[in-house]
Design a protein around this ligand. Sequence first.
Ligand SMILES: Cc1cc2nc3c(=O)[nH]c(=O)nc-3n(C[C@H](O)[C@H](O)[C@H](O)COP(=O)(O)OP(=O)(O)OC[C@H]3O[C@@H](n4cnc5c(N)ncnc54)[C@H](O)[C@@H]3O)c2cc1C
Length: 493
Amino acid sequence: MPEPLTSVLSRRAEIVAEMRAIVPGEGVVDAVNEMRVFESDALTAYRQLPLVVVLPETVEQVSAVLRFCNDNGVRVVPRGSGTSLSGGSLPLADAVLLVMSRFNRVLEIDYANRAVVAQPGVTNLGITNAIENEGFYYAPDPSSQIACSIGGNVAENSGGVHCLKYGLTANNVLGIEMVLVNGDIVRLGGKHLDSEGYDLLGLMIGSEGLLGVVTEVTVRILKKPETARAVLIGFPTSEQGGQCVADVIAAGIIPGGMEMMDRPAIEAAEDFVRVGYPLDVEALLIIELDGPPAEVNHLIAEVERIAGQNGSTTCRVSMSDAERLSFWAGRKAAFPAVGRISPDYLCMDGTIPRKELPRVLAGMRELSVKHGLRVANVFHAGDGNLHPLILYDANIPGELSAAEEFGADILRLCVRVGGVLTGEHGVGVEKRDLMPEMFSEADLDQQMRIKCAFDPNHLLNPGKVFPQLRRCAELGRMHVHRGQLPFPDIPRF
Ligand SMILES: Cc1cc2nc3c(=O)[nH]c(=O)nc-3n(C[C@H](O)[C@H](O)[C@H](O)COP(=O)(O)OP(=O)(O)OC[C@H]3O[C@@H](n4cnc5c(N)ncnc54)[C@H](O)[C@@H]3O)c2cc1C
């Protein structure tokens, strides 16, 4: 991480006082024991107390905080609910942690335009809760949806089970209000379907808190499908499960959700929620079909046929909504279930072309032997987004670094087969140093130029996403190739 700036640390009292002047009352937290709850996000392997925690309530306060920080060279880490799995909201010792959780109101429900306007601290599920009585919902559904904020979803371009059919956050956000690092307030997009000029909204989605702070989000909402039914399908090998996924998509079927678990994940989930998952299979697929009943029935018959052709040994179709939800219960609880069988785990997040699934699963088994650690696999099979959970014990010296090395090898494998480093959890700190595996120097320089256009002094969330510090003025003159750093005297992290 970037070295803390002693010039900022030494001015802590003055900075805290400035923050209190901007955000009165309980909106500034500077006592060490009270800041502890903010010291990590869901990547709990890394911890760091911030300089001070600030919880603004109005856009004017966000603007004033950023203006002060920009004018005084103080770093800022934006934070929603702190559920990032990539260390995106990990604090820095010399940075203000700008927590957006008091922005917790749904501002407008507009059924005529099928849109909801919400403050960024509203939880993902909170949006659906606000509209479900009228039969509407917000489609992207991260497993963390009861806790994660819609602002965090925008910053991470979050996904979920239903994103295969309905798109990621990027496909469901219509507009935002955001505050630039200099305090300027701008609006990008809106309820209208197209905007003039460059697609700055597209740039902001997935920008991981490095380009600005989101203070309002307008999302597209959908009418709930008439029917939804799920099929639970077991296979003797993960290769057969992987082939079934590819064949379903190749048949032109886009399920509402298509998820896969391997044997360790199935066993952990069944032991936790006891929903009747078959325990004699190596791969379990849950495929949900939604739409008008006649269409759903037809597609279920097609899926059953394709599963049979691929050698499925179990195939159960949900007969009620309660049964459908029970099929999902194990998948939704898979992360905590794995948490019960191992003291610690790292959740990785690579994406591969679907047809490479069998090869990557086989490669992961070899890597598991090489690193001497177990791995359980849960993934959004339909879009090739893998979530290998690497099991380790942080109390055993060396296991955390072995787990990190194992995770890095998995992601390198994903890139080698034509995939990418992340599907939905972002780069953050976790995958930062792997960025050169995927991007050339020219790619990274170009991305950094965009960062420089928004935040020339690197004050917003430094240490995340980019593998090395490049001063904007030096861009293009300071190349880092395969770890060979020129100008070693320039401070880096
Ligand atoms: C059990 C579990 C399951 C999960 N399942 C999924 C899943 O299925 N799919 C998925 O995509 N993710 C999943 N996640 C990861 C996580 O929930 C998402 O990345 C989520 O979008 C983070 O939201 P947050 O509010 O917690 O953001 P934080 O963790 O607080 O922040 C995440 C990033 O967003 C930035 N940020 C936050 N708010 C703002 C803002 N208002 N303006 C600008 N930048 C901001 C931060 O700087 C940081 O870089 C899971 C996490 C857990 C713990």
